[in-house]
Write a protein that binds this ligand. Structure first.
Ligand SMILES: [Zn+2]
Length: 338
């Protein structure tokens, strides 16, 4: 990708990067894929030219839009390292901030540390991020506008919860859903055309009664916001029987077909079931079109580490998570263009 960039643009982008990287400490590290051992000169050339997708949306003069990192989900080789980075930090495998390692994301202090990291991660992709406080918590909301020329259209909401139970680090629940939302933000931000604006929302306090999503959905209802559809991801970590299937929880009309349309060519069985115990329910009960997406929690093929101290990074099936992430990106990229 760096090879296609013109010299003049590179120079400007390098300037942008010089100051942007200052605020990107965590993400720069995260994007530097630990792939092949780098030749010494790569240290000089690679980071500045490759790690600049976030710069595209920064108000710095660049002659032309930077090339997309990848044009299809399958071509996005950043997805797995990025998701490992996100889940590793959320689930206490690595520090979430200097000197801070999370044992879980249930206490006030740990939820604050988690959302500060997530806010910065989304801002680093050029999104407009806000923390929306309510009485007992805060949701992280990142807004991605429609592209120029699109008429005002109903928004798409992509969500997951960032809190965990006190019992464990919540790598699967719901580090995996958060990792899908962040990958979707990074991918959709680079689409050349979006007819719908997209809100990426990381909910607080799902584990104590869908609190954050109820507040967010309630606000949408109060504003009479136009909403196209809501896609919530919760626990995509485990495929014990190896069938690759994903569950759709209580999908609204049309959404099951949409997932099936993109799942079938990928060989991903789509199993629609009735299930209310996750954030999608906050939207359904307020009349929005919504769906929850997760491993087969209802079907019984789900992680044995659910809500336990053993819900750790090393138990995540990253290949399965990657396949479902690809499906999610296909679905969302389809839906965002009319
Ligand atoms: Zn969950």
């Amino acid at each position: 990708m760096s090879g296609r960039r013109g010299g003049r643009t590179v120079a400007r982008v390098r300037n942008a990067v010089a100051w942007t990287l200052v605020s990107l400490v965590g993400l720069a590290a995260c994007d530097a894929a630990p792939a092949a051992p780098a030749a010494p000169r790569a240290v000089v050339d690679v980071p500045a030219v490759v790690d600049v997708s976030a710069v595209v949306d920064v108000p710095v003069a660049v002659d032309a839009p930077a090339p997309r990192e990848c044009d299809t989900p399958d071509a996005c080789d950043w997805i797995e390292p990025y998701q490992r980075e996100v889940i590793g930090r959320l689930a206490g495998r690595e520090e979430v901030a200097p000197g801070v390692t999370l044992a879980h994301r249930a206490s006030v202090a740990e939820r604050a540390a988690a959302r500060a990291y997530l806010r910065d991660a989304l801002a680093a992709r050029g999104l407009d991020v806000s923390l929306r406080a309510y009485a007992t918590g805060q949701n992280v909301v990142a807004s991605l506008p429609a592209t120029a020329g699109a008429t005002a259209a109903a928004r798409i909401v992509v969500g997951a919860h960032y809190d965990s139970v006190p019992a464990g680090p919540g790598a699967a629940d719901d580090g995996t859903g958060v990792a899908i939302v962040l990958a979707a933000a990074r991918y959709l931000a680079e689409l050349p055309r979006r007819d719908h604006p997209v809100d990426f929302v990381l909910f607080d306090q799902e584990e104590v009664g869908l609190v954050g999503s109820a507040v967010y959905a309630g606000a949408l209802r109060e504003q009479e916001a136009a909403v196209d559809s809501v896609h919530c991801f919760d626990m995509v970590s485990f495929d014990g029987d190896g069938d690759g299937a994903v569950e759709l929880w209580s999908p609204s009309a049309g959404l099951e077909d949409l997932y099936r349309l993109h799942g079938t060519p990928r060989g991903i069985p789509i199993r629609a079931v009735t299930f209310a115990s996750s954030d999608h329910q906050s939207f359904l009960r307020r009349g929005f079109a919504a769906v929850g997406v997760g491993e087969e929690f209802v079907g019984g093929d789900h992680t044995p580490h659910y809500h336990r101290a053993t819900d750790t990074f090393d138990r995540i099936d990253f290949a399965y998570l990657g396949r479902i992430t690809h499906l999610a990106l296909d679905v969302l990229a389809d839906r965002v263009v009319d």
